[in-house]
Design a protein around this ligand. Sequence first.
Ligand code: NAD
Length: 343
Amino acid sequence: MRVAVFSTKSYDREFLDAANATAQANHELVYFDTRLNPKTASLAADFPAVCAFVNDDVGTETLKILAAQGTRFIALRSTGFNNVDLKTAAELGIKVARVTVYSPFSVAEHAVGLVLMLNRRLYRAYNRVRDDNFSLEGLLGFDLHGSTVGIIGTGKIGIIFAQIMQGFGCHLLGYDVYPNPKFEAIANARYVELPELFAKADIISLHCPLTPETYHLIDANAIAQMKPGMMLINTSRGGLIDTTAVIEGIKSGKIGHLGIDVYEQEDELFFRDLSDTVIQDDAFQLLQSFSNVVITAHQAFFTRNALTDISTTTISNITDFEQGHPLKNEISYQPLVSTATSS
Ligand code: NAD
């Protein structure tokens, strides 16, 4: 099948080509560096399938253009689908499939990496020692052992993050709209309501999807309930955090450390080299200026294992569609059901 593959980097091509060859699928993968949006959708003219990533705009306008040009299938290289207008896709007869599961260890381990980096100020320590500055001033951390970690969203990634933090000897407080027995089976772990989690956690890590219900889950009201100096980690979706409120929280000292792999306006920034340009996003620049903030550019998923899983499932989804097999990873539009799903 001819597939227009958007937002591709060298690594996407490498892993997708390998998966296409291993499965002997023989799909004709045509790669575009550019993002998919209404202005670029014409590149997919006459392609029955389009392959998209997290910051591609698969909204109403894009879908209408794609449908008029003959596209009937969207294969997402992600688990999250908050960038897709599923209702319009259904109305236009376009099927959408995603990568339901890929190495959840990749994201959970990255979240733990942010915790360690922030707590022990490893980013400062690394630069200092390279500069022959061996002072410890400003590097003081705390033992993770005995500290309380709040986990919002205890699905595939949240559970693994919980298990790793349990290994450090942390107390775990979970919040999920659908409690997971695996979480309750972890020693020192219990579910609580959000106010208790906010009030008691030294570290809060977000692992729920971005939905209308979770948009700006961390806002001024939530921050007001948190422990002074707490650590906030977000490897899930930028929209879970009200950036303006978080900036105020950092300035007031409520938030003592912030580690984010995702950012509300990341589609204007991430997955590109902008080192020769002046970043126009003032909130992002302000966040960058704080010494207790670490930002990575949506790289939590970025392990060999995850890329292999993503590519293998994407090729399999395309093959299922081409051959008329049931689409096991299809995302259907469900008007009355909350989209409580996940990148
Ligand atoms: P998952 O579907 O297995 O788990 C999500 C959990 O969140 C579920 O248990 C669900 O019940 C819960 N949830 C849903 N709505 C909630 C709400 N309102 N409040 C609290 N909990 C709620 O998903 P996952 O595979 O663990 O992925 C979690 C998130 O991680 C994804 O949504 C995605 O946005 C993000 N992600 C980021 C990257 C990255 O590279 N940074 C990569 C993959 C996934």
